[in-house]
Design a protein around this ligand. Structure first.
Ligand code: PGA
Ligand code: ZN
Length: 424
């Protein structure tokens, strides 16, 4: 049976925030039919690949993606027609050439990624393989530790917390299924604790609670209480990961940070590092993402020098899943891990390259959803295929988040005895 591409089309759909995004459909000669949907971030890095939006204020406040949709229908589809869908590299290379820009702003990374993911899905389906099997081969059996973002702040919530994500990490669980249970139970206990204190239990963009708290530390303390009250040992069964997303509260470009949501005042890079050192001593923190802003390369390096042997230091906005920046980071010891977001770079092949580069240099790769998501579960398969050992895809609420966790439950069950689960 031939796996040649016979049709590609796109349409505008809505993401989990009700903003337009791109959905791509792909058909093969053998009858295979797949769809893929593209996520969208809020606290984006300056050098992320371009998410093409219409800018027409009369539709969705300018956020429409009809231009990206047209680019799929009128530019990409004719160029890929008849190509063998298993030639992912060639497909992605063609997409890059059609676009021709460094940040994909001609066709839009949202148009390009939709097609790139659809090609992987179609190739897998055509071969009667699961996506993780097709992409990762028979080696793909490591199920990631779910870093569950149970408390939201920063740009992802309307509360008094500066740090964007507080994640519960079941690093001590025996399996993914058990780990997911540990942190889901913690999520429910946290809800109870917040309620008891008269605090809001409404959720932020990624499904974590978004209460108004007195300080950022109070968020960690109440999570630790929730872990204990759920019957788990903090630091043994469940640890804590943070994403400061510090680019969203940097002041100017001078290494100053304004803890504006909590009213914590303006801090220098060195003060931020001192605060982090104190917290790492005090709390069972295992991973810290974007503790400083994307342009604070020197600060990042200092942070990693101080804490890199104790915790995983992840760069998100600073590396934007781009091998050019990750390479620089590796050379300069800027961090010891990179966040991996497919739509930050825009094709599956380039994302795979970013993960491989990390692994070659003994860095970790932390796969991530976006704050604007769909129920597409490609991310779950991708993470298993790459064997990164951990991912973050939100909380134990909001179906666009649970869709990925549920897919991982499915993959673990499918792998049976072959499934592996461990932190490092
Ligand atoms: P974003 O947030 O999708 O809004 O960029 C996720 C993150 O910062 O890791
Ligand atoms: Zn981040």
């Amino acid at each position: 049976m031939s796996s040649r591409i016979t049709n590609i089309s796109a349409m505008e759909i809505l993401d989990s925030r009700g903003n337009p995004t791109v959905r791509v459909f792909m058909e093969l000669e053998d009858g295979t039919f797949v769809r893929s949907s593209v996520p969208s971030g809020a606290s984006t890095g300056e050098y992320e690949a371009c998410e093409l939006r219409d800018g027409d204020k009369s539709r969705y406040g300018g956020k429409g993606v009809l231009r990206a949709v047209e680019n799929v229908n009128n530019v990409i589809a004719p160029a890929l027609f008849g190509m063998d869908v298993t030639e992912q590299l060639k497909i992605d290379q063609t997409l890059l050439e059609l676009d021709g820009t460094t940040n994909k702003d001609k066709l839009g990374a949202n148009a390009i990624l939709g097609v790139s993911m659809a090609a992987v899905k179609a190739a897998a389906a055509s071969h009667r393989l699961e996506i993780y099997e097709y992409l990762g081969g028979s080696q793909a059996c490591r199920i990631p530790v779910p870093c569950m973002n149970i408390l939201n702040g920063g740009e992802h919530a309307d509360n008094s917390v500066d740090i964007q994500e507080f994640m519960a990490v079941p690093a001590g669980a025996p399996t993914f299924k058990e780990g997911l249970r540990y942190v889901s139970e913690t999520f429910h206990t946290l809800k109870k604790l917040l309620k008891e204190r008269g605090l809001a239990t409404s959720v932020g963009d990624e499904g974590g609670f978004a209460p108004n708290l007195g300080s950022n530390e109070e968020a960690i303390e109440i999570i630790i209480e929730a872990i204990e009250k759920s019957g788990y040992k903090p630091g043994v069964d469940i640890s804590i990961a943070l994403d400061s997303a510090a680019t969203s509260f940097v002041v100017g470009k001078k290494g100053k940070y304004d803890l504006k949501w909590s009213g914590g005042g303006v801090k220098t890079t060195d003060e931020m590092i001192e605060m982090a050192k104190e917290w790492v001593k005090k709390y069972p923190i295992i991973l810290w993402e974007d503790p400083l802003a994307e342009e604070d390369w020197e600060g990042f390096k200092k942070f990693t020098k101080e804490l890199g042997d104790k915790i995983e230091v992840v760069g998100d906005d600073i590396f934007v899943t781009n091998t050019k920046f990750i390479q620089k980071g590796i050379k300069e010891h800027t961090a010891n891990a990179s966040l991996i977001k497919l739509n930050q770079i825009g094709t599956v092949s380039e994302t795979v390259d970013a993960v491989k580069l990390c692994f070659e240099h003994n860095w970790r790769a932390f796969v991530s959803h976006r704050s604007g998501e769909t129920c597409d579960t490609f991310l779950a398969d991708f993470t298993v295929a790459m064997g990164t050992g951990h991912l973050k895809t939100g909380s134990a609420s909001r179906s666009e988040r649970l869709a990925k966790y549920n897919r991982l439950l499915e993959i673990e069950a499918r792998l049976g005895d072959r499934a592996k689960y461990y932190w490092r």
